[in-house]
Design a protein around this ligand. Structure first.
Ligand code: AMP
Ligand code: MN
Ligand code: MN
Ligand code: MN
Length: 276
């Protein structure tokens, strides 16, 4: 059985390693099929493709889109997308363009809490001038001594109800799924266990996602407990969705899980790679 890891990040979004280093690390850790899924971005895929050929592993073209659904941020991974799709490129550019103004507002909100220079501080950690994320603010806050590590930052800052939080409207769910499907890709609801929606909210989200053309959900994610793995395997069956999984690796020492660290999919689900 090949080993699949269908969710990870590079310096083209908020990861710590360049695409070629992500691919080499995945290969060294026994991954046979890797999807690079940078946030709102496909620019790392060309480098990743070359590295995958050299390492003799299979690269799946991917991206992870930021979506706002019922006021919550939800992530949708696209797998097997054509990175040169004009409609997808335009959609990604639209999402990314909102990030710069949002970053200014995050810095203003942090300044109100007494933390100065956060915009410039975050920019020091930005590795692609096309994309600034909360992760870059988190790294600045750790460096400046406001938190012990990146996870600690997200317990105390940058999230709803905490200093540095700003509301932001990303793409609509149906738009994001449409861009992915239009680029020939499969749309995968990322880490569903992370959304605080309750039981009926989750059923609504899955039904809307399916109706919009979504194909799969992540059953395997470091965000999921074993119980959630079983729960989302059940949801996949009931909603007729395929099952995916990825480490969501961001960098050595900064991630819940390293590349290739996932267990096998539970029995009774159809893998997203079934027809590949
Ligand atoms: P953004 O897309 O700018 O809102 O940033 C979201 C990113 O922040 C996610 O992709 C993660 O990399 C990171 N993040 C969010 N919540 C946490 C958390 N609790 N612990 C660690 N990283 C987080
Ligand atoms: Mn991230
Ligand atoms: Mn995500
Ligand atoms: Mn991710």
């Amino acid at each position: 059985m090949p080993r699949y890891d269908l969710h990870c990040h590079s310096t083209h979004s908020d990861g710590l390693l360049p695409p070629a280093a992500v691919v080499a690390r995945a290969a060294a850790r026994g991954v046979d099929v890797l999807a690079l899924t940078d946030h709102d971005e496909v620019s790392g895929l060309a480098e990743a493709r070359i590295a995958a050929a050299a390492a003799r592993i299979t690269l799946v073209t991917g991206t992870e889109l930021s979506v706002t659904w019922e006021g919550l941020t939800v992530h949708v991974v696209g797998l097997g997308i054509d990175p040169s799709s004009p409609a997808l490129a335009l959609g990604l550019e639209t999402i990314r363009s909102g990030r710069t103004l949002r970053a200014r507002r995050i810095a203003d909100a942090l300044a109100e809490a007494g933390i100065r220079g956060a915009y410039e501080g975050a920019l020091k950690f930005v590795t692609s001038e096309r994309l600034v994320s909360r992760t870059h603010f988190a790294r600045f806050l750790v460096e400046a001594g406001y938190a012990g590590d990146v996870k600690d930052v997200f317990n105390r800052y940058l999230v709803r109800g905490k200093p540095g939080y700003v509301a932001h409207a990303w793409a609509a769910l149906s738009e994001a799924v449409g861009w992915i499907n239009g680029a020939g890709g499969q749309a995968v609801l990322a880490h569903p266990g992370r959304y605080p929606v309750g039981r009926s909210g989750m059923r609504r989200l899955l039904a809307e996602f399916r109706a919009a053309g979504g194909q799969a959900i992540e059953v395997l994610s470091p965000s999921h407990t074993p119980a959630e793995r079983a729960e989302f395997a059940g949801h996949a069956r009931v909603f007729g969705l395929l099952a995916s999984g990825g480490s969501d690796f961001h960098g050595p020492g900064e991630s819940w899980m390293d590349l290739g660290g996932l267990p096998e999919l539970p029995a009774g689900v159809v893998p997203v790679w079934n027809d590949w």
